[in-house]
Design a protein around this ligand. Structure first.
Ligand SMILES: [Zn+2]
Length: 130
């Protein structure tokens, strides 16, 4: 990661650490809220444990899933910092500009590669910009 100096790395690292803490709290809150609902729903006459389990999985799931994804991305970014590959594009291997990392510290690719990646991995969203 020749393009980043130690100061830039530690700045990005502290952004990641803060974001990680915020996410963990958010997830805890979302799961707590879910528990309350489950508590409430469990007073309704039994529709069968299985369907009930499905219901609780659906609840707040989108928000929790999104947060878990981001948390995972942060973990990976911090691993890359440890291993020394942070700031290197996972596709082309060139350095990712610091400005991009500042805007998105979990970025795995430079902007052109990310666009390309999303285009080839997101068939469903294709069309609007083409
Ligand atoms: Zn690239």
């Amino acid at each position: 990661m020749d393009n980043l100096n130690q100061q830039q790395i530690s700045r990005l690292n502290s952004v990641l650490v803060q974001r990680e803490q915020a996410l963990r709290e958010e997830i805890r809150r979302e799961i707590d809220a879910q528990d309350d609902y489950v508590q409430l729903a469990s007073e309704v006459p039994d529709p069968g444990d299985q369907s009930f389990a499905n219901l609780s999985v659906d609840l707040g799931n989108a928000a929790v899933t999104r947060d878990m994804h981001e948390l995972r991305a942060i973990e990976l970014a911090r691993k890359r910092m440890t291993s020394g590959t942070y700031g290197e594009c996972a596709s082309c291997g060139y350095p990712i500009p610091f400005e991009r990392l500042q805007a998105m510290p979990t970025a795995e690719r430079c902007a052109p590669c990310q666009e390309n990646f999303e285009r080839t991995h997101n068939e469903g969203h294709r069309g609007a910009t083409m």
